[in-house]
Design a protein around this ligand. Structure first.
Ligand SMILES: NC(=O)c1ccc[n+]([C@@H]2O[C@H](COP(=O)([O-])OP(=O)(O)OC[C@H]3O[C@@H](n4cnc5c(N)ncnc54)[C@H](O)[C@@H]3O)[C@@H](O)[C@H]2O)c1
Length: 338
């Protein structure tokens, strides 16, 4: 197959990372970059002098591209993606795919009707540490799962037209859906607007999966410590993925408690604490975004559904919508309609 001709729409904070990957991959050509802001286009020009630049993404439709990557603010995703699909371009769209499920459904229908690839930038599904966690869960090395807990905390980056739920929680929700391969039944959420009135900068989510499996998600733009952590607690072992570690991102703890059989005898009721080895598996770590970009190209070339397809983006949007409703309803559990 010829190299995939790609255009990037949105060259702010994240767009340059996508541009670098599509530029460096032998299976793609970075043909054009579109951004509304001249200073962003100048940055792109100094890095890639041969690439075409435009402040109007619709100019890309005249350039013979195969696909586009949309890394503009979330409120613009739907309109730009729809326009690109209507011009028969394959689309890789950043998270969150859309800000409501109706728009997500429309994009999926459009892509399917036109035989186009619609993929969402759920980068962590392409992260080898997350893939290793999934293997530990599926091989039952951790035993029966008791609960999962994720934390994505930092100071900043404040945004006026989004909130921390829609900005950071898509990462953790996509990780949970990928790890468990199940859809949650309900979600409850609490959000706090500490700095800017009406914009949640701290949020806690509680997702209930089938069989009462519970997951907690804590996201914050207002925390003194940078934390990027997923904890999976099982009946046999516990696993922690700490993305802040440069080496040893995953630790497997042979820790747990075995409850004794019921007894009436006082003194016989003793818990059995297990505190065994902590294992740090050697995980070959490739850049997740590089894997994601390669997967986009492969999905188009092979006409296969991407792992983080439009359907996966829609599932995340539905959960975020329900979490947003729950915050408005005093943290009541919201059943998610699938
Ligand atoms: N996968 C990840 O790990 C990850 C990380 C960061 C951001 N993101 C996502 O990437 C997207 C962009 O985030 P960001 O932090 O780079 O935002 P940003 O505000 O830094 O950059 C967005 C850029 O889009 C441009 N833009 C806006 N509207 C446009 C339009 N109609 N046409 C062309 N350009 C337009 C802006 O001028 C800006 O340069 C968001 O959806 C965000 O959630 C993903």
């Amino acid at each position: 197959m010829d190299a995939l001709k790609v255009g990037i729409i949105g060259y702010g904070y994240w767009g340059p990372n996508l541009a670098r990957n599509f530029y460096e991959l032998p299976t793609s050509d970075l043909v054009a970059v579109a951004d509304r802001k001249e200073d962003q286009l100048k940055r792109a020009q100094s890095k890639y002098p041969q690439v075409k630049l435009t402040n109007d993404y619709q100019e890309l439709f005249k350039m013979g591209l195969d696909g586009v990557v949309i890394s503009t603010p979330p409120k613009t995703h739907f309109q730009i993606a729809k326009d690109c699909l209507l011009h028969d371009l394959h689309v890789l769209i950043e998270k969150p795919m859309t800000l409501n499920s109706r728009d997500g459904e429309e994009l999926i229908e459009l892509a399917e009707a036109r035989g186009l690839t619609l993929m969402v930038g759920h980068t962590f599904e392409y992260n080898s540490a997350v893939q290793a966690l999934k293997k530990y869960i599926e091989s039952r090395e951790l035993g029966d799962l008791y609960y999962l807990d994720t934390a994505r905390l930092n100071l900043g980056l404040f945004q006026r037209d989004s909130n921390v739920l829609w900005d950071l929680a898509p990462h953790d929700i996509s990780i949970l859906l990928y790890l468990l391969d199940k859809k949650p039944v309900s979600v409850s959420a609490q959000g706090m607007p500490c700095v800017i009135p009406g914009i949640y900068d701290v949020a806690y989510l509680n997702l209930i999966f089938p069989d009462n499996l519970t997951a907690y998600v804590h996201v914050s733009w207002l925390d003194p410590c940078k934390v990027r952590r997923v904890t999976v607690v099982g009946s046999k072992k516990m696993a922690v993925y700490n993305d802040m570690e440069s080496e040893g991102k995953i630790k497997l703890y042979d820790k747990g408690i075995d409850a004794p059989d019921y007894t009436n005898g006082f003194g016989e009721f003793q818990y059995n604490y297990r505190s065994g080895d902590i294992t740090i598996p050697n995980i070959h770590f490739a850049e997740p975004l590089r894997e994601e970009c390669m997967h986009f190209i492969d999905s188009i070339a092979n006409h296969t559904e991407p792992k983080s397809s439009g359907h996966s983006g829609l599932r995340v949007t539905k959960i975020l919508e329900a979490a947003q409703r729950s915050i408005a309803n005093g943290s009541m559990h919201e059943v998610i309609q699938w």
